[in-house]
Design a protein around this ligand. Structure first.
Ligand code: URA
Length: 436
């Protein structure tokens, strides 16, 4: 029987379950250009209000995944570990997580994204390192992983092209933040790469897609369920984006902070998160339990083995190795600094991570639109975090700006991001449940 787009729209609009063929028909038809934007927009809006069940999500993921290339890592020996974060502010975790995993002898063949909107992207961060190449041919990518257990490259253009086209439409039709659409979008790209374990860092809080913990948990469950239906191993960890992670936001600044962390001098929250994610990943590929792994990761950081893996990565991908010893000299970090001072005395109660992310974007560290150019030298250093005591006139934040920055708007946003209390504030917990 011939399918009609109208009937499928009507069926989902009325809250009925779609078949695999119907979902495939919509995705393939849209990619081929047979289904116009207005019908696909209606389809996405119907999903937004009526949702998809687990099976429909699997079919949607499958159709999008099958629209593009698959990256076969089977020629790399060992259990390949991949990681994905649902997006955050100051989230430079991959720069530390990947070397941790590689230092334990597990290969990390990571394809990462660029920044968009208020969230950063690993590829832009790595490109702050002079000479660092993020577009490698597949042969070189695989070769580096075989040799050093680590390579991080930008996503090839042809991973799940259907998702790319659908995401662009979601972005302009207010249909991004729906759990079925987010989970299938992320998983269509991650499952296209044949890793043996996918660790999903699912963020909740003011800087995350999912502001509420319970919604983030549903998203985590949806993604893990999709992986299971593909017979792939995934574990999700709920982690807080209630305030930016670490103290640095912006490309060069985040690389600087990551290198400090690899040397054992990182901020407490960021270090804890990287170590915990590493410990979970190792335990899910059969190495020790989480507590034991936390100890052994800390030892490897102290011994310099983790930093050595980062150095291997930098050298193998053409970056200036002097960045390891002297990151402040090698990384482009703006010398133009403006300090935002506290207008009150008290304790920091909240730091709206999304506002800090947008402020960083206004400085030039991120992109409003996909093709915007970014400035690696600008960003924000948080001198005070939730729970810290402040006196009126104390510096809260250092803003690194350039002539292209919208400094005034960025500073206004930073000021709005902070709120204070007269009473002691306890630091919100960073790490939530595991979902697997
Ligand atoms: N990241 C994605 O890749 N897709 C989404 O839908 C949301 C975040």
């Amino acid at each position: 029987m011939n399918m009609r787009t109208y009937d499928i729209l009507l069926k989902k609009r009325n809250g009925k379950k779609l078949t695999e063929e119907e979902i495939e028909f919509m995705v393939n038809g849209f990619v081929k250009g047979d289904i116009p934007d207005y019908q696909m927009s209606a389809f996405l809006m119907a999903i937004f209000f009526r949702h998809l069940d687990n099976e429909e999500r699997f079919y949607l993921t499958k159709s999008m995944l099958n629209s593009g290339d698959k990256v076969d890592l089977s020629m790399i020996e060992g259990m390949k570990i991949d990681k994905h974060s649902t997006g955050g502010v100051g989230d430079k975790t991959t720069l530390v997580f990947a070397p941790i995993i590689a230092s334990f002898g597990f290969p990390v063949a990571k394809m990462s994204g660029r920044s968009l909107g208020h969230t950063g992207g690993t590829i832009d961060k790595l490109e702050s390192i002079p000479g660092f190449r993020t577009s490698l041919e597949l042969d070189e990518f695989i070769g580096n992983v075989k040799k050093y257990n680590i390579a991080i490259v930008s996503q090839t253009a042809n991973l799940a092209p259907a998702d790319k086209k659908i995401y662009a439409l979601r972005d302009v039709t207010a249909t991004v933040d729906e759990i079925s659409l987010i989970s299938s979008s992320i998983m269509s790209k991650k499952l296209a790469v044949s890793s043996d374990l996918l660790l999903l860092d699912v963020k909740f809080g003011s800087g995350a897609f999912m502001k509420k913990y319970d919604d983030a948990k549903v998203l985590a469950e949806a993604m893990v369920d999709i992986a299971k239906k593909f017979k792939r191993n995934a574990v999700a960890i709920l982690t807080s984006m209630e305030q930016p992670l670490g103290r640095m936001v912006g490309n060069s600044l985040e690389v600087l902070e990551a290198i400090e962390t690899l040397k054992g001098n990182g901020p407490d929250d960021f270090t804890r998160l990287c170590v915990y994610l590493g410990a979970c990943a190792l335990s899910f590929v059969g190495v020790g339990d989480i507590e034991e792994n936390i100890d052994s990761i800390k030892k490897k950081i102290s011994s310099g083995e983790v930093l050595k893996k980062f150095e291997d990565l930098v050298i193998a991908q053409g970056g200036d190795p002097k960045v390891i010893e002297n990151p402040k000299r090698i990384l482009p970090i703006s010398k133009d600094v403006y300090e935002v001072k506290s207008k009150v005395s008290g304790y920091v109660e909240k730091i709206d991570a999304e506002k800090i992310g947008i402020a960083s974007m206004l400085l030039g560290a991120g992109r409003m639109k996909k093709d915007d150019k970014i400035d690696h030298s600008v960003g924000i250093e948080l001198l005070k975090k939730i729970g810290d005591e402040v006196k009126e006139g104390d510096p809260l934040v250092r803003v690194y700006f350039s002539s292209r920055s919208d400094l005034k708007s960025a500073v206004e946003l930073v000021e709005k991001a902070y709120s204070f209390s007269d009473k002691h504030i306890s630091v919100p917990s960073l790490i939530g449940e595991l979902v697997y």
